[in-house]
Ligand binder design. Structure first.
Ligand SMILES: CC(C)(COP(=O)(O)OP(=O)(O)OC[C@H]1O[C@@H](n2cnc3c(N)ncnc32)[C@H](O)[C@@H]1OP(=O)(O)O)[C@@H](O)C(=O)NCCC(=O)NCCS
Length: 245
C-alpha cells in the first residue's frame, strides 16, 4: 500500500503495511491503529479490570473470550472497509481532495516499544451521538433519527466519543493526547466533525477531566439511575460539549 493523499495524515508501518496515526511529542511512542484479532487477550484483561469496567455501560460482564472476538471482528470489518474505501479513492480520484469517511480506519491506541513491538493500550470510538442520557423514548428516537439522517459532512451532526485505556497507563496524559490528535488530525478534517457531545458517569472524575482539558464545556448533570452489566448502579451522567471554532 503506498502512502497517498486520501490516507492523509496516516502513516504506514514499513514492515506490516498497517496504517497508523502518530501522536506528537512527548507521546511519539503512542500510535492509533486499526484493531487486530490478536488484541483479544488484552481487551479481556481491560474489560475485567474494575478501574475500567466500573465506568463503562456497554461491555458485557463478565467479559468472555467470545465477547472480545465478536467485538473485534465487528470493528475490524468497519476499519477494513474504511481502509478499502481510501485505497479505492486513491485509485479512482487521485487528484481530488481527501474524501470524508463516516468510519475511521484507526481507533486502537498502542505503545510502540524500543524493539519495534507494540502494546495494546485502549480504544477511541467515534460515532454519531446516541443520547444515552435521554429518558423520554419518543424524544430520543426523534433526535437520533434527525442526527442519523444528516449527510456526512453536515456541520450539524453531533458526534460522540467512547474510550478506555489500560489502567497500567492511566494518569500520564495519554488519553487526552490521543483524543486531541484524533479530533484535530482525523475527525475534523476527514470526518467533517464540528460538534461533539459526551457523557461520563457523574463519579468518573478522570474522564470528565480529560474532556475538560480538551476544551469541552460542562453542560449539565442528568439524574439517571441505571444498573450496569457489572451490577453497579449509577445515579447520574455529566454531559459535556465541544464545538469546532
Ligand atoms: C478516563 C480515562 C480514559 C483517562 O485516561 P488517562 O490517559 O488516564 O487520562 P489523562 O492522563 O489524559 O487525564 C486524566 C486526568 O484526570 C485526572 N483524574 C484521574 N482520576 C481522577 C479522580 N478520581 N479525581 C479527579 N481527577 C482525576 C488526572 O489527574 C488527569 O488530570 P490532570 O492531567 O489535570 O492531572 C481512563 O482513566 C480510563 O480508561 N478509565 C476507564 C474507562 C473510562 O472511564 N472511559 C471513559 C468513559 S466516559
Amino acid at each position: 500500500m503506498s502512502k497517498s493523499s486520501h490516507f492523509h495524515p496516516l502513516e504506514f508501518n514499513p514492515t506490516t503495511g498497517e496504517p497508523f496515526l502518530a501522536l506528537p511529542a512527548p507521546y511519539e511512542n503512542i500510535i492509533i491503529t486499526p484493531p487486530r484479532l490478536s488484541d483479544a487477550p488484552a481487551i479481556i484483561l481491560s474489560m475485567s479490570d474494575p478501574a475500567i469496567y466500573t465506568f463503562l455501560e456497554g461491555p458485557p460482564f463478565p467479559y468472555l473470550p467470545e465477547h472480545a472476538d465478536q467485538w473485534l471482528s465487528r470493528i475490524k470489518q468497519e476499519t477494513d472497509a474504511a481502509i478499502e474505501t481510501l485505497r479505492r479513492a486513491n485509485e479512482e480520484k487521485p487528484d481530488e481532495p481527501p474524501i470524508f469517511l463516516e468510519q475511521s480506519p484507526v481507533r486502537i491506541i498502542r505503545e510502540v516499544r524500543d524493539d519495534g513491538s507494540d502494546l495494546f493500550l485502549g480504544d477511541i470510538m467515534f460515532v454519531r451521538e446516541r443520547y444515552p442520557d435521554l429518558d423520554d423514548k419518543e424524544l430520543k428516537e426523534t433526535v437520533l433519527q434527525r442526527n442519523a439522517a444528516r449527510d456526512l459532512g453536515d456541520p450539524e451532526i453531533v458526534w460522540c466519543i467512547g474510550d478506555f485505556l489500560a489502567s497500567s497507563h492511566h494518569g500520564k496524559g495519554i488519553m487526552t493526547a490521543a483524543i486531541k490528535t484524533f479530533i484535530y488530525e482525523w475527525a475534523v478534517p476527514r470526518m467533517g466533525v464540528r460538534q461533539i457531545r459526551v457523557e461520563t458517569f457523574s463519579d468518573n472524575a478522570g474522564s470528565r477531566r480529560v474532556f475538560e482539558k480538551l476544551g469541552f464545556t460542562y453542560e449539565k448533570t442528568v439524574a439517571i439511575r441505571k444498573t450496569l452489566n457489572s451490577g453497579r448502579t449509577i445515579d447520574g451522567m455529566d454531559v459535556l460539549c465541544w464545538e469546532a471554532k
